[in-house]
Ligand binder design. Structure first.
Ligand SMILES: Nc1ncnc2c1ncn2[C@@H]1O[C@H](COP(=O)(O)OP(=O)(O)OP(=O)(O)O)[C@@H](O)[C@H]1O
Ligand SMILES: [Mg+2]
Length: 236
């Protein structure tokens, strides 16, 4: 198993409170890691640090053969990783244009961008939403559109913050299938979720965050598969 990224000595204080105190976390490439933890345990904060969106007090990043302080790694993390918020932001336009936006910014022509978006929507079984207003979508539809938008940008790591929260059973099932397919396509995935029963079967590694500290987690169904990431480093 190869690690995509290792983060060491992550410390973050917010409003005088130590929110993260993590000796080391290693995220395996092409696999799915599930992080559980109570409300306020620091999951979202950790995801923002890993995706280059929130500056920790300190952290060292080992990525692509380089060891960098977080500040130097920040632009690389922002370019290569995509953090998907629990309530993804979609602007007031069609689904097609929302998904195409990143491609336009990357310099893709309108015709090519639209072709790629239609293929991606087909992949997600969402072709019927292409010309709908993104603002009118349900929460579950928005999440799957945001997942499609993230996939089209080919991130090296997809960080999903509660991807199935407030979804009905069908939407959870469809999202879970999309995540399974993303994983089989080789995308590295980091998920935090309270819905372990929905995500359990996709995850290869299980971690638990409590008061800003990581511990190995037990899956409700797969306790035998609990894995301490990078155990040789005594990482947590
Ligand atoms: N900007 C901020 N200023 C001060 N404290 C903050 C800030 N953002 C988060 N916190 C605190 O940091 C802690 C961790 O918050 P975080 O959102 O990471 O938790 P979480 O595990 O994602 O929770 P949830 O399961 O509810 O989404 C909480 O105690 C929260 O109140
Ligand atoms: Mg959160």
């Amino acid at each position: 198993m190869t690690d995509l990224i290792d983060l060491n000595n992550i410390h973050l204080t917010l409003a005088d409170k130590a929110v993260l105190n993590i000796k080391s976390i290693s995220i395996p490439a092409h696999q799915c890691t599930l992080i559980t933890g109570r409300n306020g345990s620091g999951k979202t904060t950790l995801f923002k640090v890993i995706s280059g969106l929130l500056k920790p007090n300190r952290a060292t990043i080992e990525y692509q053969g380089l060891t960098l302080p977080w500040k130097k790694a920040k632009p690389i993390l922002q370019k290569d990783f995509i953090y998907l918020h629990q309530n993804p932001y979609l602007f007031d336009d069609t689904v097609l244009n929302n998904i195409a936006y990143g491609l336009y910014r990357a310099g893709e022509s309108k015709a090519v961008a639209h072709q790629k978006v239609m293929q991606a929507l087909d992949w997600a079984n969402l072709s019927h939403l292409a010309h709908r207003s993104a603002k009118q979508l349900s929460g579950g539809e928005k999440q799957r559109v945001a997942l499609t938008r993230a996939r089209i940008l080919s991130p090296r790591l997809l960080l999903l913050d509660e991807p199935t929260a407030s979804m009905d059973t069908d939407a959870k099932q469809q999202t879970s299938e999309l995540l399974q397919r993303l994983k089989s396509e080789g995308v590295s995935i980091l998920i935090c979720s309270h819905e372990t029963h929905t995500i359990d079967h996709i995850a290869d590694h299980f971690l638990h965050l409590e008061n800003g500290e990581l511990t190995p987690a037990s899956s409700s169904k797969r306790t035998s598969n609990v894995t301490v990431l990078n155990p040789s480093k005594k990482s947590i």
